[in-house]
Design a protein around this ligand. Structure first.
Ligand SMILES: NC(=O)C1=CN([C@@H]2O[C@H](COP(=O)(O)OP(=O)(O)OC[C@H]3O[C@@H](n4cnc5c(N)ncnc54)[C@H](OP(=O)(O)O)[C@@H]3O)[C@@H](O)[C@H]2O)C=CC1
Ligand SMILES: O=C(O)C1=N[C@H](C(=O)O)C[C@H](O)C1
Length: 248
């Protein structure tokens, strides 16, 4: 490896692929060994790690190849996965190190801990609602970040998100279920990514939130994750691991 980390870039022509490319241009010790897109089949043998911002389907297909070939390491930023697609990524993580995160920003990964703590401390008569706003071209909803925040809130309540997640509200049967966690998604213009977690009792409202100003922050986090994951044992990691938040 001669000290240089060889990066594969999946989704290289996309918004995030271009942002990662720009960060790597300035980064010593890392070179882009190959760029993949919809038409190009990746030559995985040329990469130590692939940074992947594509689609849930494309990321699952890439993970299936890693599961077969045992390499390279993966940093997966795509969102909108089905349980089956997540299972394919978990299989890849049995043979190679994989960092999977719906958000690579430091701020959101701090927020996850704060939300978990608030949900744990505030009694269940505080309703929890999660609101996210993204640009008009985003394919999936709720965002991957909103789901991670929902999982943190559910963990604070000692439950799995699947037990507490409210059905989308629409029409006459939309009354709030006590203890549920609701999600709302807005799509507008060029918004990079806004997330709020609202805790509301009868008398007061606590809002914890994060605002992303530029995609480069996700790109910098993904590049940091790539530097961290190369040489790790196989396993499914996330940004809490990369940032060392899980050790404390
Ligand atoms: N974890 C995080 O911090 C962040 C995650 N994201 C997530 O990253 C993903 C990509 O976002 P974004 O860059 O905005 O989206 P874009 O649509 O701009 O880019 C996606 C890219 O993936 C390519 N692609 C699609 N299908 C395949 C395939 N089968 N094989 C290879 N490449 C493929 C597209 O190619 P083509 O143009 O030909 O369709 C496109 O270049 C989304 O899931 C988004 O939610 C985004 C920001 C931050
Ligand atoms: O699609 C995006 O743009 C983003 N997707 C991620 C998500 O689904 O949470 C992260 C970020 O909010 C931007």
């Amino acid at each position: 490896m001669n000290g240089i980390i060889h990066i594969g870039l999946a989704g290289a022509r996309g918004r995030m692929g271009r942002a990662v490319s720009t960060v790597l241009d300035e980064r010593e010790g890392m070179v882009v060994a190959c760029r993949f897109d919809r038409e190009t089949a990746p030559d995985l043998s040329r990469c130590d790690v692939v940074i992947d911002f594509t689609t849930a389907e494309a990321s699952a297909a890439l993970a299936a190849r890693v599961a077969e070939e045992g390499a390279p390491a993966l940093v997966v930023g795509s969102t909108g996965f089905s349980p089956e697609q997540r299972a394919v990524i978990a299989r890849a993580a049995e043979v190679a190190p994989v960092v999977l995160s719906g958000n690579f920003s430091l701020g959101v990964n701090m927020l996850i801990g704060l939300v978990e703590q608030a949900a744990r401390r505030l009694s269940s008569d505080w309703d929890i609602e999660i609101l996210e706003t993204h640009h008009r071209r985003k394919l999936d909803a709720p965002s991957g970040t909103a789901l991670m925040l929902g999982e943190a809130a559910a963990e604070g309540r000692g439950k799995a998100l699947s037990d507490l997640r409210a059905a989308p509200r629409h029409g006459a049967e939309a009354l709030r279920e006590p203890g549920s966690i609701g999600f709302a998604s807005l799509r507008a213009g060029g918004v990079v990514g806004e997330h709020s977690v609202i805790f509301a009792s009868e008398d007061e409202v606590l809002t914890l939130g994060h605002s992303a100003r530029d995609r480069s922050l996700f790109a910098k986090g993904a590049v940091a994750a790539a530097a961290w994951v190369v040489g790790r044992p196989p396993g499914l990691y996330d940004m809490q691991d990369v940032l060392g938040f899980r050790q404390a």
